[in-house]
Design a protein around this ligand. Structure first.
Ligand SMILES: [Zn+2]
Ligand SMILES: [Zn+2]
Length: 367
């Protein structure tokens, strides 16, 4: 058994380290995934900043990845019961050990709130094994749910990456109807995927407010009819811009994928009376914000919904989309930059500065 290179966050704020770790011994029901591509997302910036709870450092980040099953111990199958074989290209649900036995799983039917769930690359640290995608290989523990990708190019799946299941969950919560005007706040990967998924749901018109220019250009390529740079407009100008495009009413549905707390209040204000607002961008705690309960919420008769993570159904739909040459087309238009594993720190910095639309880590190439 050889050594495998990983990039890891030793502790919050500490520089990214490249290390070699021993190839894990595989128990029955486990597999070794040879990573073809992983990604650097906004969550990884939060992990490096120490802004997420329950994270055991040192940590190998990279919660969504694609690779080939190099070694399988025992029998593994996909959700349709088809056996998975060594050499198959797969992704896997980053959430592990959802218990399907607790109150949240069984009564609330909200498995994304199961207290026993653990997440590869987020709440599984290096002490738990080789559990992150910023690595040459990942130890898929027994019970990890793999989804076959056939001959789909790894870069096509990773253009969506973690953002596509998240966006599928948000758009599902938003209940977009054919003809709806959907406003997406934020033009990061989740916002961009939400644009394409809203379009699939039959949205009549999709508007996006975000920044910088390269991401707004990507938003138009994904299906947004119009975009506005939030750094060059104040809240009043943004409201006017939305109203001009919605017969003075506001959007039918607003999906907040911006991350700043003020965006939540603006999402409510930019939505029409009796419309629907989904909050998916507040993955970390950036503080409080105030709003007027009478003017912004009660009188407006809004539905405001939170959206946390994603579950197997969203990954299943995501792989279905990318395996379809027609439906995957929007993601083929997303510009992604690739970095070798040794340049994980630079990739993280580029994501932090919004200098890239999408950052992919390729452990197969050396720096
Ligand atoms: Zn549970
Ligand atoms: Zn992510």
């Amino acid at each position: 058994m050889g050594a495998l290179r990983v990039a890891l966050i030793p502790a919050p704020g500490a520089p990214i380290e490249i290390r070699e770790v021993k190839e894990p011994a595989l128990e029955t029901g486990a597999a070794l995934l040879r990573v073809e591509l992983s990604e650097v997302c906004g969550t990884d910036v939060s992990l490096h900043d120490g802004r997420l709870e329950g994270v055991p450092y040192p940590l190998v980040p990279g919660h969504v990845s694609v690779g080939r099953l190099e070694k399988i111990r025992g029998d593994l199958a996909d959700v349709d019961g088809r056996p998975l074989r060594e050499g198959d290209r797969v992704t896997f649900l980053d959430v592990h050990r959802t218990c399907h036995a607790c109150w949240y799983c069984l009564v609330a039917k909200a498995t994304t709130r199961c207290p026993r769930r653990r997440v590869y690359g987020i709440t599984y640290g290096l002490a738990d094994g080789l559990c992150g995608g910023w690595a040459e290989a990942i130890h898929l523990k027994p019970g990890t749910l793999c989804l076959p990708l056939g001959d789909t190019a790894p870069e096509l799946f990773m253009a969506g990456g973690c953002s596509l299941p998240t966006a599928l969950h948000a758009v599902e919560r938003a209940g977009v109807l054919p003809g709806d005007t959907v406003l997406v706040l934020g033009s990061g990967p989740v916002g961009l995927s939400a644009i394409a998924v809203s379009s699939m749901r039959g949205a009549g018109k999709i508007l996006c407010i975000g920044a910088p220019d390269a991401r707004l250009e990507a938003a138009r390529a994904m299906g947004a009819a119009a975009t506005l740079d939030h750094t060059r407009s104040d809240e009043r100008a943004r409201l006017d811009w939305v109203r001009e495009r919605t017969a003075g009413r506001g959007a039918d549905v607003t999906i907040e994928a911006a991350g700043r707390p003020e965006a939540v209040v603006q999402a409510m204000r930019f939505t029409r009376d009796a419309g629907r607002v989904v909050i998916v961008g507040q993955y970390t705690d950036h503080g409080d914000v105030s709003f007027n309960p009478h003017a912004d919420l009660n009188r407006r008769q809004l539905d405001v919904l939170g959206c946390w993570g994603s579950d197997f159904s969203h990954f299943h739909r995501a792989t279905g989309i990318v395996r379809d040459p027609d439906r995957s087309r929007p993601w083929s238009r997303l510009p992604a930059r690739r970095y070798p594993l040794a340049e994980a720190a630079r990739a993280l910095d580029d994501v932090r500065r919004l200098a890239v639309v999408k950052a992919l880590l390729d452990p197969r190439v050396s720096a």
